[in-house]
Design a protein around this ligand. Structure first.
Ligand SMILES: CCCCC/C=C\C/C=C\CCCCCCCC(=O)SCCNC(=O)CCNC(=O)[C@H](O)C(C)(C)COP(=O)(O)OP(=O)(O)OC[C@H]1O[C@@H](n2cnc3c(N)ncnc32)[C@H](O)[C@@H]1OP(=O)(O)O
Length: 224
């Protein structure tokens, strides 16, 4: 919270500087250091353990990291900002990475190229509550969209969700760990058909099932 307030104040100060004719960097020494620094800023990869991760999440993470050792699985890094969008809209950030550690979406996605499938390990934090004590359906849908979307985007390139169909079978307790298994079922031209299940960490409870249709964007067509 303190960090975001400081950033907001900095932006306000910079904008005030712009209105008054001075360059924002000239009015803000921290901004100036950032602008003129030759240091490369390395973005933070959020798909790595942090102190908010439960024992269950760490255990599953370690198991999948072991599976990565022979190259059959790979951990997908995950960043808050896209450089491309950031240039146009400075505050844009990935919806699922918009919360402080542990409060919202904590997750990591692993990909298996031979099997064209992903496994997403997800711990939904207290800000994602719907019915008291349980995850909001919209938060579950968001995480399914992101996990299935990655499973489509790796073989398909730039894709968008055209249809997402979810059956919510059991409520997911807040702060518990679930495993989202997604797989590519078929490709027809620009259409990628996928399916997924959401289960408890011990795989005993089937929380949700979903199917998704993702469309590979046509470079000839404008999105707007
Ligand atoms: C997904 C992640 C990819 C990015 C990865 C990159 C970096 C990683 C960083 C972050 C990860 C982020 C993960 C977030 C995932 C979130 C994904 C989303 O939520 S996307 C946002 C929600 N979706 C939309 O806003 C899409 C809105 N719709 C459209 O823009 C368009 O409809 C379209 C999907 C682009 C398709 O339009 P287009 O003109 O290109 O195609 P057509 O209409 O001609 O259709 C082609 C073909 O598909 C059939 N079709 C289309 N829609 C449907 C539908 N809803 N149901 C069934 N069939 C559909 C259509 O009939 C055509 O079929 P055919 O060729 O047989 O005639």
């Amino acid at each position: 919270m303190l960090r975001s307030c400081t950033a907001a104040l900095r932006t306000l100060r910079a904008l005030r500087g712009r209105r008054e004719g001075a360059s924002p960097a000239a009015r803000d020494p921290v901004l100036a250091r950032r602008w003129f620094s030759t240091e490369k800023v390395i973005p933070k990869d959020h798909a790595l353990p942090n102190p908010s991760w439960s024992k269950d999440l760490r255990l599953l993470f370690d198991q999948f990291m072991k599976k990565c050792e022979d190259g059959s699985w790979e951990r997908l890094p995950s960043y808050k900002n896209s450089k491309l969008v950031k240039e146009q809209l400075s505050q844009a950030q990935l919806f699922t990475r918009g919360y402080e550690d542990g409060l919202g979406f904590e997750y990591v996605i692993f990909y298996n190229d031979d099997e064209k499938r992903t496994v997403c390990l997800f711990q939904g934090g207290p800000y994602l509550q719907g019915v008291p004590g349980f995850l909001h359906g919209g938060a579950i849908a968001t995480m399914i969209d992101a996990a299935v979307g990655m499973c489509a985007a790796i073989p398909g390139g730039i894709v968008m969700t055209a249809n997402l169909n979810i059956n919510f079978k059991r409520p997911i307790p807040l702060c518990s760990v679930v495993v989202i298994n997604s797989q590519l079922d078929k490709i027809e031209g620009r259409k990628l058909f996928l399916s997924c299940t959401v289960r408890s960490a011990d795989e005993k409870i089937l929380y949700s099932e979903a199917t998704g249709l993702f469309i590979k964007l046509d470079p000839e067509k404008s999105l707007i």
